[in-house]
Design a protein around this ligand. Structure first.
Ligand SMILES: C[S@@+](CC[C@H](N)C(=O)[O-])C[C@H]1O[C@@H](n2cnc3c(N)ncnc32)[C@H](O)[C@@H]1O
Length: 267
């Protein structure tokens, strides 16, 4: 069976979804992930940084604070609603600016940046190899890049109906053109001109049904996407979501998902 064409990032990140994603990325789960990612990238005061697919600007803001007043961060994103949120968040940080563009063609000179990071972005890009070559172009030789992507096949989510759970994840995999990108990303980065690619994993784990968690927020985003696709009705999705709550009521809620992290140097 052919993989259905994933909707474009502009279509997926409308105002409502952008707000939902912002709320999910404010949960302690994702805040903790951000802290770990930034510690791995280890930004140095005064560096010039690119936040690729900056979304609601949470990473842009944290990066700017670490780089200090002598640093510079440019956040790029294709979705206007995301950029509006990011702009507001960073309005008091003069070292931050934003640009609306496709990461396949960024309006910067060769070697413009010391560091770049992209969390949960390249999996949305169909022409991934071209996008990695474009990333290599804008980073100076010896500069550092850090990419984070997810493979939803690493997801373990307790449910009383494994077949329905499987269908929900299979359907969610259709929201991006590269749902299993982490498996091939290391060698694709090497081919695009990055050296010394180190791979690490940040697990997200939720052990309770709690509104202020990553998995709870994602159950809404995934449900909105999956209802009406792949034979899943709105009723099926409501039952799946009710079952997650039931797992929590029984004290048996369990969710885990791996974020794969790639840290490399521009050759
Ligand atoms: C899941 S969000 C992640 C946001 C942010 N990196 C974070 O972790 O907080 C993915 C972001 O990538 C952006 N994006 C996807 N494809 C893009 C492309 N081709 N060019 C620019 N931005 C893109 C989307 O608009 C969206 O804001």
């Amino acid at each position: 069976m052919n993989q259905p064409v994933a909707p474009s990032a502009e279509d997926q990140f409308d105002e409502e979804t952008s707000r939902r994603i912002e709320a999910i990325y404010l949960t302690p789960d994702v805040a903790n992930q951000r802290d770990k990612v930034l510690a791995m990238l280890a930004p140095r005061a005064g560096e010039k940084a690119l936040d690729i697919g900056c979304g609601p600007g949470l990473t842009t803001q944290a990066l700017a604070q670490q780089l200090g007043a002598t640093g510079k961060v440019i956040g790029v994103d294709i979705a206007a609603p995301m950029l509006a949120i990011a702009l507001k968040r960073c309005e008091n940080l003069p070292q931050v600016s934003f640009s609306q563009c496709d990461i396949l063609s960024m309006p910067y000179e060769n070697g413009s940046f010391d560091i770049a990071l992209a969390t949960q972005v390249y999996e949305y890009v169909e022409a991934i190899d071209d996008a990695l070559v474009e990333l290599a172009r804008v980073i100076r030789p010896g500069g550092r890049v850090l990419l984070v992507d997810t493979d939803w096949e690493s997801c373990v989510w307790a449910s009383s109906d494994d077949a329905r759970m499987r269908r929900v994840i299979d359907t969610w995999n259709q929201h991006i053109p590269e749902p299993q990108l982490p498996r091939t990303l290391k060698h694709r980065m090497e081919r695009a001109g990055f050296n010394d690619v180190k791979v690490d994993v940040i697990p997200l784990v939720n052990l309770a049904y709690d509104l202020h968690t990553y998995s709870n927020g994602m159950s809404t985003v995934i449900g909105s996407f999956a209802a009406g696709r792949n034979g899943l009705s709105a009723q099926d999705i409501a039952e799946w979501q009710a079952d997650l709550k039931k797992q929590g009521d029984k004290g048996q809620y369990f969710f885990s998902l791996n974020r794969y992290v790639y840290l490399a140097e521009r050759g």
